[in-house]
Design a binder for this molecule. Structure first.
Ligand SMILES: [Zn+2]
Length: 260
């Protein structure tokens, strides 16, 4: 077996283990509970998990998606988050090797995953992720060869500033709040990690996919659905696309704009 493949497997397992920790964050942060103690337990019956019931992805399959003690179903979200983090870690290794980008962007994707699943369930973006994320993104810019600290700071200001203006305009026109402060802080965090050049791309992608999803849901439910869909998951998804394919996309659309 080649050394490259061994590294890929190591990073997949490492990513899945981090995903397992993120599941704890997703479940406990909105409740304001400690993410360190106590150990993992079944939310239905309180049965504490043995080590073999706590192995990322594998335990879900071994237990056939049910608690060993009370047979309550285990959410598919647990292995999904572990799988996504495993794939993210492997993809980052394949893209950047063992450079500083690998742990930094893995931390970024981890924050985005927590935000996505908390927002889907509770319609909030926890400040305890986005605010430290802004600071970390700025500090990490000193280690990233392709991102200067100036790009990072301007990214925070443009990311937060643009959405703040959109939210303010919406409030002035519609006299009610359309966009939460959580989305503003999330885009500021994305700007800190990816720099200001990625902000137009992230806004365009998230708005386009978000609008398409909203329209589809309206058609499917025949206009019966009026509850707002959270914007955070679309911002997070757009940020991951910008992370992996951003420079190609930015080059393409700046060439396109220059040609107009
Ligand atoms: Zn149980």
């Amino acid at each position: 077996m080649s050394l490259f493949l061994v590294w890929c497997i190591i990073f997949f397992v490492l990513g899945a283990c981090i995903g397992s920790f993120l599941n704890v964050c997703i479940y406990r942060l909105p409740q304001g509970r400690s993410i360190v103690r106590p150990g993992s337990a079944c939310p239905e019956c309180g049965h504490s998990l043995a080590w073999w019931e706590n192995i990322p992805i594998v335990s879900y399959l071994l237990l056939r998606a049910r608690c060993r003690s009370c047979r309550a179903p285990i959410s598919f979200q647990y292995p999904l988050v572990e799988l996504l983090m495993g794939v993210a870690a492997t993809a980052l290794f394949m893209r950047y090797g063992l450079g500083p980008e690998m742990p930094i962007y893995l931390c970024f994707i981890g924050c985005l995953l927590v935000v996505t699943f908390v927002d889907l369930e509770h319609q909030i973006i926890p400040d305890i992720v986005s605010l430290p994320g802004i600071v970390l993104g700025f500090i990490f810019s000193f280690w990233l060869p392709e991102l200067s600290w100036m790009d990072s700071i301007v990214g925070v200001l443009t990311g937060g500033g643009i959405l703040y203006m959109v939210a303010w305009l919406y409030y002035v026109i519609a006299h009610r709040e359309g966009m939460g402060g959580g989305d503003i802080k999330l885009l500021a965090m994305i700007g800190a990690f990816l720099g200001w050049k990625s902000i137009p791309l992230v806004i365009f992608l998230s708005a386009a996919v978000g609008a398409a999803t909203g329209l589809t849901l309206m058609v499917v439910s025949r206009g019966g659905r009026h509850s707002a869909i959270p914007y955070g998951p679309f911002l997070a998804g757009a940020a991951v696309i910008a992370l992996f394919w951003g420079s190609e996309l930015i080059r393409w659309y700046s060439g396109f704009l220059a040609g107009v």
